[in-house]
Write a protein that binds this ligand. Sequence first.
Ligand code: 13P
Length: 249
Amino acid sequence: MKKLYLIGNMKMNMSLSELEPYFEHIVGIAENSSNVVGVCVPYVYINMAKYMLDGSKVLFGAENMYHADKGAFTGEISAHMLNDFGCDLVILGHSERRHIFGETDEDINLKVKKALETGITPILCFGETIEERKAGSTYNIVERQITSALQDIDEEDIGRIIFAYEPVWAIGTGISATSDQAEEICGFAKRLLEDNYCLKNSIMLYGGSLKADNAQEILSKESIDGGLIGGACLKLDEFQKIIDTKVEK
Ligand code: 13P
């Protein structure tokens, strides 16, 4: 069996009372799974994740961070703070950060470097908008986003990053990429990482309306090593079905 990485991105959802049973149950789900299970949660719930998930098989982390170590950055959270709370993961360059909050390729590069320096695994997101896809520039956009995020990072460190292809038009729309579309771009990104950074075994996730009913087909594709799951991670029974996906090597 291929070991899949199935990581939830809760975004700005869930409450304290919902998360307590959620964390309790996901520990058992991960324990019984041969896949890697993770959840990225809103900052305010990271402390709870530390106490309920630390020492379990569930990886946990944040949905963002700031690149500076400390200082006058009202409202921001540093990599060191995430590290203090035992975060394994941090999502960086998510399209909602790029498009709603105006994060640039340069910001994302600084954040990826800082996460690596701090020992937190960055989940580096990239993906095109529908306009970019229609204009035929998907490959260019993907190449630019990956290349700029990896600027001045050693090849060895690049090997510690988890990559996530998330076409913007598939996020939260209920319309996922087809398995062939996802495979095409994940394969392209993997070849780019191999050719330009000598990275042979990159971990490449797909994200965008991944659900229990399309997980098997999408996750069976050769260049796809798992999923970054938004809406479908919020209901544990749905997430569990995705976590239960089994794929032959
Ligand atoms: P949805 O699964 O809700 O489309 O979100 C995907 C995503 O943005 C994960 O980071």
